[in-house]
Design a protein around this ligand. Structure first.
Ligand code: ADP
Length: 474
């Protein structure tokens, strides 16, 4: 089984979000399942900086190896990719993004032919690679080289669709007829993800519940109808977590590493370090509720901000780390002035502080309004910090409500997206924290919850096999 991964971001070469983690971890796992996998991505300036010993294959292609045997090919075009930033800079999105990504998508198919590497599946990720299925079924429709090739498109976050002004349509190099309701047309604009969904043989997303959510008007970002109409629907396959990296037993960022036997001691030492780091009073009896992530609407920051104002007389501390909306950051700074003993803030990207929050908090706040999969709740659970989440997307698939009578569950889940529901959950968490037996049961359950990448890889591999069978029967 030959599989080509096409993603604009792959960790450790270029990353702006979770997409890079998935595309850096899944290919080696698929290779272990028996697939022969290659990756093709743009040769960004950042890639040249991040890799020593990049090998030049031709004037257009550079290469390296990921894991033991996954070949990564970087497609060069210095006019498009040799600049600071992947999609934009301080002035916003690059104005030539459509040109840049149509080049990358077309180049992938040309390079496959140049290398004479016919593959069974091209696995495309997000809008940056969504033109590949379209080009295959239009420009390359009759090409014998691609007759057995099938496409999978994975949506990592439906909120990002690659939408461009219709005046740029000619840049795609496709006949006018594809700018239609069954193609790129989307509210008088061009929508790359929409066309990719329509032309892919299989559409997947990163959790089963998100697969359901995006078929509703509320979470469908205008594409719910298109997704529902796909002949195969959309399959949700949960992402995994890299447990080599996220491991409290070996974590060098925290002051005292720990496992499930030494969790109380390890977390107490880290909690004190966290309080010191963020200038909060040292107090082990006061529960700390931590947040790490983008400061954005998606992550439920308005609920957190509203809840904070109501928590000023509660015996709690809240720590928030992240970067994002200047308005939310300003509101949080204002609140910090009002409740300096209760609120700790860090508006920076800082791996060490993030690990300290995952390990040193007693609860992890993640009231996302929508969540394709979410990594932070998986990380916090493994560090023995039960998450408090809204029942949506990947959060609904990974966090089970704690039930003291059955000693089951690994966190707290609230059902209505309101500040009151979040507040109730936070206050219930406070009560559970005081009852040491219940709390340690919950911590133990959370630490045992794991989402290995191998489980996801096996599911993708099965899906590729079905597509391959279909192509043989066609
Ligand atoms: P997203 O929707 O942003 O991909 P996830 O929960 O899937 O959210 O993953 C976010 C990842 O980024 C987590 O690993 C989290 O620890 C990390 N992260 C987010 N913000 C920061 C920050 N300011 N400093 C360090 N790590 C961060």
């Amino acid at each position: 089984m030959r599989v080509l991964f096409c993603s604009s971001e792959v960790f450790p070469y270029a990353k702006t979000g979770g997409l890079a983690d998935v595309c850096g971890t899944l290919p080696p796992e698929l290779s272990q399942c028996g697939a022969e996998v290659k990756i093709m991505m743009p040769l960004y300036k950042e890639v040249r900086k991040n890799i020593d010993g990049l090998e030049q294959v031709s004037d257009k292609i550079w290469r390296t190896t990921l894991g033991d045997d996954v070949e990564v090919l970087f497609l060069a075009n210095d006019d498009y990719f040799d600049r600071n930033g992947l999609y934009g800079d301080e002035n916003g999105d690059f104005p030539d993004n459509l040109m840049r990504f149509q080049f990358y998508n077309k180049q992938v198919l040309k390079v496959l032919k140049d290398l004479d590497w016919a593959c069974d599946v091209i696995h495309c990720h997000d809008w940056h690679a969504a033109l590949i299925p379209v080009y295959l079924k239009t420009l390359y429709r009759e090409d014998p080289f691609f007759q057995a090739t099938r496409t999978v498109l994975t949506i990592h976050n439906l909120a990002f669709q690659g939408v461009f002004p219709k005046e740029q349509y000619a840049q795609l190099g496709l006949p006018e007829e594809y700018f239609s309701d069954d193609g790129f047309h989307f509210y008088d604009q061009i929508n790359l993800l929409k066309a990719g969904i329509i032309y892919s043989d299989e559409v997947t997303t990163v959790s089963p519940q998100y697969a359901t959510d995006i078929q509703t008007e509320e979470y469908g970002c205008g594409l719910d109808g298109v997704i529902k109409k796909h002949r195969k629907g959309v399959v949700g396959i949960l992402n995994g977590l890299d447990y080599h990296y996220w491991n409290p037993t070996t974590d060098e960022f925290i002051v005292e590493s720990y496992d499930s036997d030494s969790v109380v001691k390890g977390k107490a030492a880290t909690k004190m370090a966290l309080q010191k780091e963020l200038n909060l009073p040292i107090d082990l009896d006061r529960p700390i509720y931590g947040y790490v992530g983008r400061i954005s609407h998606q992550k439920g920051l308005e609920l957190i901000i509203d809840a904070l104002s109501a928590l000023q007389n509660d015996n709690v501390q809240i720590v928030i780390q992240g970067l994002g909306s200047p308005e939310y950051q300003q509101e949080l700074t204002q609140l910090r002035n009002e409740m300096p003993d209760q609120l700790g803030l860090c508006f920076a990207y800082n791996e060490r502080i993030a690990h300290t929050i995952y390990a040193g908090s007693d609860w992890f706040l993640m009231p996302s309004n929508f969540e394709p999969c979410g990594l932070a709740q998986m990380i916090s659970m493994h560090y023995g910090t039960p998450p408090i989440v809204y029942r949506t997307g990947g959060l609904a698939d990974t966090v089970d409500l704690y039930r003291p009578d059955e000693a089951s569950g690994n966190g707290l889940v609230f059902q209505e997206y309101t500040t009151d529901a979040l507040l109730q959950a936070i206050r219930l968490a406070g009560k559970i924290f005081e009852d040491k037996r219940s709390y340690s049961q919950l911590v133990s359950n959370a630490m045992k919850t794991v989402f290995p990448w191998r489980d996801s890889a096996v599911k993708y591999y099965e899906l590729y096999k079905c597509l391959h069978l279909e192509s043989q029967e066609a």
